[in-house]
Structure formats: structure tokens, C-alpha cells
Design a protein around this ligand. Sequence first.
Ligand code: 5GP
Length: 116
Amino acid sequence: MTYDPTNIFAKILKGELPCHKVYDDDTALVMMDIFPQSKGHTLIIPKAPSRNLLDADPGDLAAVMPLVQRVARALKTVTNADGLRFAQYNEAPAGQTVFHLHFHLIPAYEGIAPGA
Ligand code: 5GP
């Protein structure tokens, strides 16, 4: 499968579509998910154009993972969540709906079922 540069996250990265941005640097854009699975559901969108984990450049992955950890730590603190899910899907049968690599950080709360 190839990378389609017209995907919705590519348009957000180019500033052609709006988003609720929480952080932006040379490696990635961090934004709130438009359909959050829990309070604080955050997406990290690496700027390098890859479809998903399977075609990503290892160097690009290495560059973005420290940011993923920083955002995870900050998000758990600011949401006061009891836990945090880290998710990433590859291809439609696995649940991928936007075909530009991204990472989900989904706060989890005691007594609240995932997705509720
Ligand atoms: P996937 O299923 O591909 O791993 O996740 C795509 C995620 O992107 C979903 O959680 C969906 O709610 C979110 N999403 C889809 N379109 C938009 C959008 O235009 N803006 C934002 N902020 N999130 C989006």
C-alpha cells in the first residue's frame, strides 16, 4: 500500500484543515482527537509522510518516540487519569481509518469503561 498525500492528517499538517492543536515541532503535531474515546484522547501525528508503522522510516520513528513519552506523561498529569492507553493501527482490517501514521494516547479512568 502506498502513501496518499491527500489524506486528512496530511491536510491538517499543511494547515489546509483546522485542528485543536496542543503542540507542534519539527517532528510531529499533537492534537485532540475529534471523536475522543475518553476525556483527553490525544493524537500524535509524525510529520514524515508514512502510511503507518509498516512503511515508516526507523529514523523518523526514533525521532518521534521521545515526544510520545513526554506527551503521555503530561497528559496523564493534566487529565488526572488513572491509566493511559497507547494505540496505533495498521491498515483497515486492524482499525486504521486515516492512512497517515499516528499514535493514540487515550486516558483511562477508574470505573469508566474504555470508549464510554
Ligand atoms: P485510526 O482509526 O486511523 O487509528 O484513528 C483515526 C483517528 O482520527 C480517530 O480516532 C478519529 O476520531 C480521528 N480523526 C478523524 N478525522 C479527524 C479530524 O479531522 N480531526 C481530528 N482531530 N481527528 C480526526
